[in-house]
Write a protein that binds this ligand. Structure first.
Ligand SMILES: [Ca+2]
Ligand SMILES: [Ca+2]
Ligand SMILES: [Ca+2]
Length: 182
């Protein structure tokens, strides 16, 4: 993609996190990801992996919300996002969602778990199967945790990764979740 316009990864990710499309990610919207993933994977709210995920997401939200008003605007998000923020707080949070989905705790997701995770986290859609195939480089039907997180890292920081390729970078694709009704 040639310009950091509306189609940038930052805009796409922000739009996905701003569930109701009002221009800010609220605390409830952000923490709601944990609840949706836990529910999709039939994990009880008091399961240690869910409790850990909530704590990790609290930390990310606190980190993103520079003025601590409980709302993360696009400016706050854009200023915050990047490699350092990813390593500092996104990696633990995204890893915690992976762990919720990794029901046998072997550090790998099968296709069904991957699709359920991505869909519940707001990243589902027609490109999800292709994203799985792109990350399952050895074709054993499993995607491991490090590969998954590296794929998201590359998409967040550069806009290109096997996952981004599968989703079709450079323009809004059908893989972008429908914006909330408004
Ligand atoms: Ca919102
Ligand atoms: Ca704020
Ligand atoms: Ca597993």
């Amino acid at each position: 993609m040639s310009s950091p316009g509306f189609d940038s990864p930052q805009h796409r990710i922000f739009a996905m996190l701003d569930v109701d499309g009002d221009g800010a990610i609220t605390h409830a919207e952000y923490l709601g990801r944990v609840d949706r993933v836990a529910s999709a994977m039939d994990r009880p709210a008091d399961h240690p992996v869910v409790v850990g995920a909530r704590a990790a997401h609290e930390a990310v939200f606190d980190d993103m919300d520079a003025d601590h008003d409980g709302r993360v605007t696009f400016e706050e998000y854009r200023t915050w996002v990047g490699h350092e923020a990813f390593e500092r707080s996104c990696r633990p949070a995204l890893g915690s969602l992976f762990d919720i989905a990794d029901t046998d705790a072997d550090g790998r997701l099968d296709r069904d778990e991957f699709v359920r995770l991505r869909t519940a986290a707001g990243n589902g859609g027609p490109g999800t199967g292709a994203a799985f195939d792109a990350l399952d480089t050895d074709r054993d039907g499993l995607v491991d945790r490090d590969t998954y997180l590296a794929g998201i890292h590359d998409f967040v920081t550069t806009g290109t990764s096997p996952m981004a390729a599968a989703y079709g970078t450079g323009r809004r694709s059908e893989a972008v979740p429908e914006p909330a009704r408004n």
